[in-house]
Design a binder for this molecule. Structure first.
Ligand code: ADP
Ligand code: MG
Length: 148
């Protein structure tokens, strides 16, 4: 296991449901530390850039509209195996298929089939994307590691 940092976004649906604290609590209970945090209402352009890897997918327009529809909470989480651990806490991309106990199951399991984009949280999926995604949103001096 390695000490890692990963990028988390609490998406507009979760902010709307007023469950930022509950989600952060799950991160902390699992041993992850919040080492950077900010709220933002992202522009269409910023979301298009962040999700550029998905630009040719059929859901891209829906995803961009959703992610720019309201405020989000953007965080850097730090801990042992943080990238995989956060992905486990999140659950499957489609909340209706997520394991019980995961964030996407707990807070979006009742979504309809056409609401798959509304899945509560984003998390980096590899060390490379974590590094790129963290620097997309945070300056080095905004990150406060507590790995001691
Ligand atoms: P994850 O967020 O689990 O890493 P992806 O990177 O594959 O998932 O997709 C990015 C985001 O795009 C998802 O979190 C979800 O909001 C949205 N998305 C993915 N697949 C679909 C789909 N088939 N229909 C609608 N939205 C989708
Ligand atoms: Mg992804």
């Amino acid at each position: 296991m390695a000490l890692e940092k990963t990028l988390s976004i609490i998406k507009p649906d979760a902010v709307q449901k007023n469950i930022i604290g509950e989600i952060c609590s799950k991160f902390e209970q699992a041993g992850l530390r919040i080492v950077a945090a900010k709220m933002a209402h992202l522009s269409v352009q910023k979301v298009q850039e962040f999700y550029a890897v998905h630009k040719d997918r059929h859901f891209f327009g829906q995803l961009v509209n959703f992610m720019s529809s309201g405020p989000v909470m953007i965080q850097v989480l730090e801990g042992e195996d943080a990238i995989k651990l956060n992905r486990e806490l999140m659950g499957a991309t489609n909340p209706t298929k997520a394991e019980p106990g995961t964030l996407r199951y707990s807070f979006a399991r009742d979504n309809t089939e056409d609401e798959m984009h509304k899945n509560i949280v984003h998390g980096s999926d590899s060390p490379e994307t974590a590094a790129t995604e963290i620097s997309f949103f945070f300056q080095t001096e905004e990150i406060c590691p507590r790995n001691n």
